[in-house]
Structures are given as C-alpha cells and as structure tokens.
Design a binder for this molecule. Sequence first.
Ligand code: NAP
Length: 312
Amino acid sequence: MGKRKIAVIGVGKIAVDQHIPVIEASDDFELAATVSTRGVAHGDLPVFKTPAELYAALPEVALVSICTPPGVRHAYVREALDAGKDVMMEKPPTTTISELDDLIAHAKRLDRVLYQTWHSQFNAAVDRTKAILAQEGVVSARIDWRESVRKWHPGQDWVWEPGGFGVCDPGINALSIFTKVMPFPVFVESAKLTFPANRQTPVDVEIAFKSAQAHKPTLSAGFNWLEESGEIWTIRFTTGAGKDVRLENGGRKLTVDGELVLEHGDAEYGAMYERFADLLEARQSDVDAAPLRLMADVFLLGARENGPEFEW
Ligand code: NAP
C-alpha cells in the first residue's frame, strides 16, 4: 500500500519540531498540505487558511493531524470528522471532558478513526515500569515535572489564557504516564495551584492523590514552569517489594535501585504516527480520557494562590 496523504492543521512549535519532520521520515504517511491561519507553508506544498478550504480543494487527503492549542480542537476535530476525515489530535485533547466525550461519540457515529496522542505512552521504559508495578504493587509515587515555559512555549500567550492549562499542559504528560503504569485507580485528594497574579493559569501545582487501596500508598506530584536549570521529568516509585523504581527523562530512562534497566532516545512522535497507521489499518479509534479526567479534577479541587506576576 502507498503512503497515506495527511495534512497538518496548525503550524506552530510542535508541528515544526516534531510532526512535519516525523511525517516526512515516515513510511506510512505523506505530507500533502498544511492549514495555517498565518499562512505557514511547508516547502512547495499547498497551504490553506482554513480546514474547509483544504477539504474543498484536496478531497483525496483523508487524514488530518491537529496541532493547534486545545481550545480550538473540538471545533476543528468535529469539522474534520464531518468532512469524512480520520483524525489524530495533539495533547491535551480538549479543554473540557464534555468536549472530549462528544468527539469520541461523534467519531463512533460517523465510523471515523480518532486517535488521541499521549506522550511517552509507547516508551519501552514505561511499559517495563508498568510490568514491575503490576507485579510488586506501589507503596509510594512522586512525580516531579519541572521545565521552563520560556524554552518550551516561547511567547505563546494562549498557555496563560483560561483553558490554556498553564503548567498543567506539560504536567498532563506526566499524568498520561502515571495513569498508564499505576496498577490501581488514583484520585485527586487535594491540590494547590499557584497562579502568576497577572495570568489565568497556574505556573506551579502541587497535588496529593489518594486511592482505594487498604495499604494507603503515598502519591503526589509537583509541576513547575520556571525551572531554568534544565528539564526534570521524573516519576519515582517505591514498590511493595521495597524497590526504588525511577522513570526519568520523561519516561525514556528506567532505573531500579540505582541500576540502569533501560534507556532510549526520543522516539515518541515516530511511535505515535506508527500507532496512528495501525489504527487506520484496523479502523479503530484510540482515545484515553484518563489523563484529562485526572487533570480536570486538579482544577475542580485545587486551592488557588497568587504568586509573582509573569512576563516573558
Ligand atoms: P504554538 O507554537 O502556539 O502553535 C499552535 C499553532 O496552532 C499556532 O501557531 C497556530 O498556527 C495554530 N492555531 C490555530 N488556532 C489558534 C489559536 N486560537 N491560538 C493559537 N494558535 C492557534 O503551540 P505548540 O507548542 O505547537 O502547541 C500546540 C499543541 O501541541 C498544544 O496542545 C501543546 O500542548 C502541544 N504540545 C506542545 C509541545 C511543546 O513543547 N511546545 C510539546 C508537545 C505537545 P497557524 O498560525 O499555523 O494556524
């Protein structure tokens, strides 16, 4: 079978850094066009100002990858599904649970493939961690997710607007690993969200989780967006057998009791597009709502504090 034609909608940082190069290197996909409100084209490929223009001009493009901020995703995904397209979505999928539920139902109704990507869910180190925790159980877990907003979202004002998630935009990557590897359901017990006094989304979040487990595991997370020393994307577990299991580098490195078990490079986006190709072949959707549900609970239960103002 030849390569499948795909269009990228929203040509911002992640589209340029990851989606477009990964599609260009893919055996499964061929980049056919971009949709960009600012008119950002890729090479000689056609660029359209709106998805509707793309769908009218190039009906043979059956797939779209939606790389916009989450606030506009529901409308774009609905429009794509209605136009008969199969859809891949960046994370976080939408700004509300009801929008995501609607997209799942709409894709099912129209018999389209809908794929919600989550970072690191395909890393071998994450899979190995899940297997260890399934066998040994968890007595404690601590997530530390710290990075620089100036490095990872330079000048992106949408991250500070309502629905922009703030530091929970990267934080949801941690939750997508956490919800995948944990051997039992976890719930938000309490949270403290610190907002820059001049912004609408948090820059620092501390979460305590609870579970229904009789042994009362200690589970917590901290997200911070002002870390200028480099990225700290770590989840540490103590297992029921007393082992110290650490997932570092955003789920790419696994150590157990200080010994390196697995380490691999950044293959996230390649793996996500391979997964999309498999789903298209099987005509199946894959939307895991658990990370968004948990993050929504952080906002529902969280106490707000004001911190220093933020300027780029
Ligand atoms: P970005 O640089 O701001 O790019 C988003 C693009 O979406 C914009 O450049 C714009 O492209 C388009 N767009 C359409 N409607 C928009 C609107 N109402 N407001 C703003 N942009 C709009 O953001 P990004 O970093 O690529 O993030 C996009 C998505 O990828 C987010 O959901 C984010 O969580 C996720 N993500 C980001 C990173 C990262 O490190 N930055 C990593 C992984 C995932 P056009 O002008 O071409 O229309």
